[in-house]
Design a protein around this ligand. Sequence first.
Ligand code: TXA
Ligand code: MG
Length: 361
Amino acid sequence: MNSTTLILKMSERNFEENITKAAHILKQGGTVAFPTETVYGLGADALNPASVRKIFKAKGRPADNPLIVHIASMDTLDEIAKNIPPIAVELMDIFWPGPLTFVLKRKNTVPDVTTGGLDTVAVRMPDNPVALALIREAGMPLAAPSANTSGKPSPTTAGHVMSDLVGRIDAVIDGGVVKVGVESTVLDVTSGIPVILRPGSISVETLRKHVGEVLVGYTDMEIEEGELVRSPGMKYTHYSPDTRVVLVEGESAAVLAKISELIDNYSQKDMCVGLLITEETAEHVYADKMYSLGRRDEPEDAAHNLFAGLRYLDSKDADIDGRDADVDVDIIIVDGSVKQDGVGAAVFNRLRKAANELVKV
Ligand code: TXA
Ligand code: MG
């Protein structure tokens, strides 16, 4: 398909020029990865089936998994969605542009390939100047899933996008590290009480404060406690590095004790261990390769560091995000002593899905 991927590195000086180039590619029906406030997205014209198909092909994404359509104005919303309930309008007023995606009834302008054949469409207005400028200049809503290979951790830098999709997409706009680090909250508002389909940085508590009753319609569990997924191909996992991931969840002292024990056990078997770990736990343990999740009581930091950490620990590259990553670990242990409320719910949702094994202590 695309043998070269154009890298457009943003600076104040070339902002307009890069947006023009990227928008041109989109108008020609091509694919452009771009930063949003949550993670990098892989964009294409949401209303052009041939363009949207290129996204699925580049990512290796199953055709029945629908895409989020990104818009920069409320006028565009009316072109793609109908029967928008007052509660959605209220929430859009508060949170847009921002990391809240609405599932709405779709208009026929949106092709089946974008919505995976559903009669609904997911829409959001991203809070990132590059994303908004790109959508405006291209003059079209952009279908954009996270710009990773399907099943891999979402990209929070342009380098992550390149390491998954180089040669498979037309361009990437390098706008630096994203702000949030986990994907948007997905809220279904098509049937009465809003239902959260995917937790994100806008928490259920926050949504309830504004609109009252909100239901939780997702489950974190692809695996049960203590269960080992024997063949990764047997069960479809998300956000997963190639290396095995063990998540240790619980109260901080117990997590520390368990992680120390696991490091000892694996080391005795001559396994090389990677740790995705809170600052507090890191004061007491050591492993071959470590990446910080930040402080336990700051789930925002964990959200920001989570995907970059999984990619770093999984990588054998000499250089990833400016760090030397060439130690090849056999196992990644994740410190699940981070606070679980607010964006912490989204952090644990991603961690549980990434994990091959869950140890609750
Ligand atoms: O923060 C984000 O949402 C990022 C950035 C790039 O905007 N995008 C993102 O897209 O995470 P993706 O494709 O990786 O995840 C989209 C999620 C999937 O879980 C998909 O199943 C769900 O939204 N979704 C999309 N359309 C839907 C629909 N019509 N009904 C229900 N779920 C839908
Ligand atoms: Mg994704």
